[in-house]
Design a protein around this ligand. Structure first.
Ligand SMILES: NC(=O)c1ccc[n+]([C@@H]2O[C@H](COP(=O)([O-])OP(=O)(O)OC[C@H]3O[C@@H](n4cnc5c(N)ncnc54)[C@H](O)[C@@H]3O)[C@@H](O)[C@H]2O)c1
Length: 442
């Protein structure tokens, strides 16, 4: 039976390689629509959690997750041996960078090798991991074609980038449009059809390279705009008397041609910080220097250092020697209402504090979504956000504006607050607060 028909009567078997923040929601969505789904991951703890119906990704609705696992529509395994039984295989593995900020596509390569070992006629492979242009055709396709099978006739291959925004309650997997670029027209057509089973709007483009570049444009657009507003925040601090947050809100009243971006303690997560480097690296192959990208990265990566400066100033204002300081960090997740600490600026700030002589025992954190975090080999455990813990600290640093945080409570009981997220926006003229981009206490 043709894949089209198997999709229509929901007998097509879907495989998802990499069951993390991207792969698990995708697998659950297909299973929820009645498809039989097999997840493959090389992390045994994830496989055990999934098969025991233990949901490990906050964004995935618990009841939906339990329903699809207990009914047997979604299963997981560490082994690639079932590849030949699958019809469609999504690749959702990590694309990190190396210490020197060069792309590491080894996870894509190893997942593709795993597929190649079981590749058969009729397979459709969809790469979702964010990567530089030409990964699909230049890296994935050759590995698959080493089997002797040909793309476009024997098997089908497309790139369809992920747009999931962890923590976003409005735009979910189903309601966020996706782009699809197949190696051939038939590849695009089939990959669109598969995505349409779970996503309302699917946008075909002319090639995988266009889809790969478009995803990088989305993330670089964010990186550059965040850098711009971070630069303006620092200028506001220098000038004094202008609050960048108020400036952004005012600018956002323009009904066209402006989109608000906000300053912060730095960029975190698996995407905005890393992905731009994928393009800068690729560009160098063409003797091209992506200056906007590099400048934005530099500006954003300086922000945790800048916040360290704000903490230093708050301490010196209170007459407390830096090395004796007791610091209470609020929020170590890289953004609000999520549990993801990858590349978190809060953890970088903690690292800088330790490197500069603050004793780890004097650094504490609270995060309603994160129980523990490791910084340079030292483990930290979330402590309660209590009156006592706030009072114990010389400086309370708001690094993530989780919805559960109440600014009034924090400011009332803290001695000094460095606010990097404008959580304290409704508290005016309070001497305790140093707010990033508000030119206070300078
Ligand atoms: N997290 C996001 O919000 C987001 C959004 C858009 C795009 N992306 C992109 O999606 C991709 C995946 O990101 P993520 O956040 O889901 O990563 P993740 O680390 O949460 O999940 C990836 C999973 O892949 C598994 N894995 C690694 N190599 C494997 C292999 N060879 N075989 C089987 N499993 C393997 C890991 O064990 C892990 O469970 C990345 O390219 C990322 O840039 C992520």
């Amino acid at each position: 039976m043709e894949l089209k028909e198997r999709l229509q009567n929901k007998t097509a078997k879907i495989g998802v390689i990499g069951l993390g923040y991207v792969g698990l929601p995708l697998a659950v969505e297909f299973a929820d629509r009645g498809f039989s789904v097999l997840g493959i991951d090389n992390d045994e703890s994830k496989i055990a959690s999934l098969n025991n119906a233990h949901n490990y990704i906050n964004d995935v609705e618990d009841s939906k997750f339990k329903r699809v696992v207990t009914s047997g529509t979604l299963k997981a395994t560490i082994s690639y041996s079932s590849i030949p039984e699958l019809d469609v295989i999504y690749i959702c593995v990590p694309t990190p960078f190396t210490k020197n900020k060069e792309p590491d596509v080894s996870y894509i390569e190893s997942a593709t090798e795993g597929i190649a070992a079981g590749l058969r006629k009729g397979h459709l492979i969809i790469l979702k991991s964010t990567t530089f242009p030409d990964t699909t055709e230049g890296i994935v396709q050759p590995i698959l074609e080493k089997t002797g099978l040909k793309v476009g006739t024997d098997f089908y291959l497309a790139f369809s980038p992920e747009r999931i925004d962890p923590g976003n309650k409005i735009f979910t997997t189903a309601t966020t449009p996706v782009v699809v670029g197949g190696v051939t027209e038939k590849c695009t057509e089939l990959a669109c059809l598969v995505n349409q089973q779970i996503i309302h709007k699917v946008v075909p483009v002319s090639s995988p390279k266009v889809a790969e570049m478009e995803k990088l444009l989305e993330n670089i657009f964010r990186s550059v705009n965040i850098a711009l507003v971070n630069e303006m925040a620092r200028l506001c601090d220098r000038m004094g008397g202008i609050d960048i947050w108020e400036v952004v809100e005012a600018a956002a009243t323009k009904p066209y041609g402006f989109m608000p971006f906000y300053p912060g303690p730095g960029i975190g997560g698996h995407c905005i910080l890393i992905d731009p480097y994928y393009l800068s690296w690729k560009a160098r192959e063409y003797d091209f220097h992506t200056q906007f990208i590099e400048l934005a990265a530099e500006t954003n990566e300086n922000m945790p250092f800048y916040v360290l400066g704000l903490i230093r100033r708050a301490l010196s204002y209170a007459g407390i020697p830096f090395h004796q300081a007791r610091i209470f960090m609020l929020g170590v997740a890289f953004k609000k209402d999520v549990d993801d600490t990858r590349e978190s600026p809060a953890l970088k700030i903690m690292e800088f504090l330790m490197q500069r002589g603050v004793h780890p025992d004097n650094i504490r954190f609270n995060d309603p979504y994160v129980k523990s975090a490791k910084v340079n080999g030292t483990s930290f455990f979330s402590v309660d956000l209590t009156v006592e813990n706030l009072r114990l600290a010389d400086v309370v640093v708001i690094t993530t504006d989780h919805s559960l945080y109440e600014a009034e409570f924090i400011v009332e009981h803290a001695t000094s607050v460095v606010d990097t997220r404008n959580l304290t926006k409704n508290i005016k003229n309070n001497e305790k607060i140093s707010k990033l981009g508000a030119g206070t206490r300078f």
